[in-house]
Design a protein around this ligand. Structure first.
Ligand code: CTP
Length: 371
């Protein structure tokens, strides 16, 4: 696992904040109520990370009103007092400062308006519970010691009931630990051992796993998820995820399969890679096309990641080979409607794939002979 080597230097926050895309617009638009940059973006600014695509804002006031002033057709989520606005390439999430309570472990929270301090106190880890006031970004608001934990490379819960309220935070812990090179603070590790994902809906667990699958380097986080016993995922599956994520990061495979969904399916044990494809050793292009026929792009990618190197040529050279003729041509040539047409076309395609024929006339001849 490669941890970033950031320079954690709060005195540089102001300059780094000024460099964020969209921030000038937000600053120019915010009204009298205090607006803060919060959560992961503050953490990442402290870490000096370059790629910050989302701005998370908390306003001690009305999020919808700020979103509307920013324009650009905000999406409002009234139940949670949040709004989303897109400014150029930047997604801005705005929330009214809120407090949360959970009716039972794993339930979605009830929310009510509150102060920034309450809003920070409801969060998952200290490193995610810091805020920067937009009017004075030099004043880091850090009531839970997030900066010290970031410097010590520690992931620490804010309160002992946190995994109980929301066990998906255990999955988030794996994501942050792997991505940012953080270790679990011992108390947090002990609480994590008790986390019970069984109290959360399958959809919420899947949504968190999908976020893990979207990471630039998803395998180490899945490794931790398995090691910590959060879901059943063994070292072979983690190795396969590492291989798949490399394969699907670049063409031609990136066009053939959805990287995130393929990785998620492997993590959930839904996709093991058709053994027949891995074991196959097609001698001719037509054999390769026949073997691959009917498999999804994700299945093919998993088989490739497991070592079926012949699939590279299948994808690049053979998958898209088509005949110049069609069934109508065979009918016009006197072949009877019915299975003979399919038989003939299949024979012509095989011959074309194997380089035995070229051009319409050849195709028609082979297809007629085989029909
Ligand atoms: N949060 C939380 N518990 C959750 C989900 C989110 O406490 N189950 C809080 C965290 O403080 C987090 C913030 O909400 O920082 C925003 O959540 P999210 O957008 O999921 O995370 P980011 O901090 O933006 O992290 P990432 O870098 O993964 O996007």
């Amino acid at each position: 696992m490669t941890a970033p080597q950031p320079e954690i230097d709060p005195s540089r926050l102001e300059g780094r904040l000024a460099g964020l895309a969209g921030i000038d617009r937000v600053r120019a638009t915010s009204g009298p109520e205090p607006v803060y940059l919060v959560g992961g973006v503050v953490r990442d600014l402290l870490l000096g990370l370059e790629e910050i695509a989302n701005l998370d804002l908390v306003v001690e006031g009305n999020a919808a009103a700020l979103a509307e002033r920013l324009g650009a057709e905000p999406t409002l989520h009234e139940r949670f007092g949040t709004a989303t606005v897109t400014l150029g390439e930047t997604l801005v999430d705005i929330a009214s400062a809120r407090r949360e309570s959970y009716s039972r472990p794993g339930a979605l929270p009830e929310v009510e308006p509150a102060s920034l301090a309450d809003d920070l106190a409801r969060r998952d880890f200290t490193v995610n519970a810091m805020a920067l006031p937009l009017e004075n970004p030099a004043r880091l608001i850090d009531p839970h010691g997030g900066l010290a934990d970031l410097e010590a490379r520690l992931l620490r819960l804010l309160h002992p009931r946190s995994f109980c309220d929301d066990p998906t935070r255990a999955l988030r812990a794996a994501r942050y630990a792997a991505r940012l090179g953080l270790s679990l603070e011992p108390g947090t590790a002990a609480l994590l051992a008790q986390a019970d994902l069984g109290t959360v809906s399958a959809e919420r667990v899947e949504a968190e796993l999908r976020r893990q699958a979207s990471e630039d380097d998803p395998a180490p986080g899945f490794g931790l998820i398995g090691e910590w016993g959060l879901i059943d995922i063994d070292a072979d599956a983690v190795g396969l995820i590492a291989e798949l994520s490399r394969l699907l990061a670049a063409e031609p495979w990136s066009d053939a399969a959805d990287r995130r969904e393929a990785i998620l399916a492997v993590a959930q044990g839904r996709l093991q890679g058709p053994r027949a494809l891995v074991a196959a050793d097609p001698q001719r292009p037509s054999d390769a096309v026949e073997a691959a026929h009917g498999h999804s792009g994700e299945e093919l990618a998993v088989a490739r990641a497991l070592g079926a190197a012949w699939l590279d040529r299948y994808l690049a050279e053979w998958r898209d080979v088509r005949l110049e003729i069609g069934g109508e041509d065979l009918l016009a040539a006197g072949v009877e409607r019915g299975p003979a047409i399919g038989r003939g076309l299949a024979a012509a395609l095989r011959a074309k794939l194997d380089g035995e024929i070229s051009g319409r006339a050849d195709e028609l001849r082979v297809a007629r002979d085989a029909s």
